[in-house]
Ligand binder design. Structure first.
Ligand code: NAD
Length: 323
């Protein structure tokens, strides 16, 4: 499949490597910073262009690797050019933008997937299978911790990080959404959120560096969430799912508990998982089936993030409505 990447920054560079690793072809790199686009494009024999207009000739699919608030508009432009789209998380930073993108996907009938690579980690896939097969019994609770650390220089370095207008949020919208997405994937539809956020260890940012929430799900299960970029030195995501007949835990990117199982398997990197999601996207396009992580799934996680912010701001529980 022939790809264009829009946004040649940190994650655009990773996407280029993944496309190469899959033996797919990187045809064009779009970035308003043309030097950046060139640097990346030259490594893969692709063309570098400063904007999407005209960039999509001979392209089948477009990977959106822009700052978060630019995702939906860029994805919609690619859909209207007839391309399939892989969009980085979060799907965008508002539900209105996510809904415009969902409408464009339905109108064009193209394949769109939102990156949530942790769903493809082996330990996560095994926990999900245990949940779905009933091996853990009735799911009663889940806990996710995204206790990361980002130095002040992380927010100072790039204009958009830590801004409400473009990042849309902090430790939860940017980092913790990966872990939150796993909780939502395991426990189902969230119906109510009660949350607190704080800005404790960084300066000159408009967003939280700690968020904590309880999430009640349609099934009655209760989830706990911690997302931080102020937890030095930072730990890998930890996920625990509890049922009335079993418990499953991923810690340090390995399965550490799965009730009734001897073989807990190996450690699993998120790079391998990112590659697995790319493979799923390419296969979904070829097979004409929905991708494993749909736009609706990306919207559900975004809606939960926004409910956390609203609850923290207003000091009350927030009910979630599905679109
Ligand atoms: N899945 C993951 O693990 C993961 C990891 C990091 C980042 N991300 C996501 O990827 C996105 C990008 O993050 P990043 O760290 O690569 O950012 P970045 O700042 O390193 O890169 C963004 C690039 O977009 C370019 N750009 C900005 N506006 C543009 C426009 N209008 N048209 C074309 N190019 C434009 C910038 O010049 C820059 O090169 C974010 O939404 C972030 O949440 C995902």
């Amino acid at each position: 499949m022939r790809f264009a990447i829009v946004g040649a920054g940190a994650i655009g560079t990773v996407h280029a490597r993944l496309i190469d690793a899959l033996d797919d072809e990187l045809v064009a790199v779009v970035d308003t910073d043309l030097d950046r686009a060139r640097q990346l494009a030259d490594q893969y024999g692709a063309r570098a262009v400063p904007d999407a207009a005209g960039a999509y000739d001979e392209v089948d699919a477009v990977s959106i690797c822009l700052p978060s608030a630019l995702h939906a508009d860029a994805a919609i432009e690619a859909l209207h050019a007839g391309k399939h789209v892989l969009v980085e998380k979060p799907v965008d930073i508002t539900l209105a933008a996510a809904d415009r993108l969902i409408a464009a996907q339905r109108e064009t009938g193209r394949t769109v997937s939102v990156i949530s690579q942790r769903r493809f980690q082996e330990p996560v896939a095994r926990i999900k299978q245990a949940v779905d097969s009933g091996a853990l019994g009735r799911i009663t609770s889940g806990i996710v911790e995204s206790a990361f650390y980002r130095p002040q220089s992380y927010y100072d370095g790039d204009g958009w990080r830590g801004t409400l207008a473009i990042d849309g949020g902090g430790a939860l919208m940017n980092q913790g959404i990966h872990a939150l997405d796993l909780l939502v994937w395991m426990l189902g539809r969230p119906v109510s959120v009660s949350a607190q956020t704080g800005q404790l260890a960084h300066e000159n940012i408009e967003v939280e560096d700690v968020a904590a929430a309880t999430v009640t799900f349609e099934s009655g299960a209760i989830g706990l969430l911690l997302a931080s970029t102020a937890a030095y030195p930072g730990r890998p995501v930890r996920l625990s799912i509890h049922g009335d007949q079993g418990t499953a835990v991923m810690d340090d990117d390995r399965l550490t508990v799965l009730t009734g199982t001897e073989d807990l398997g190996e450690q699993s990197s998120t790079q391998q998982a990112h590659l697995a999601q790319y493979r799923d996207f390419v296969d979904a396009v070829r097979e004409g089936r929905p991708p494993a992580v749909t736009l609706e799934a990306g919207r559900r996680s975004l809606a939960t993030v926004l409910a956390v912010y609203e609850s923290a701001r207003e000091g009350r529980p927030v009910e979630l409505q599905e679109a």
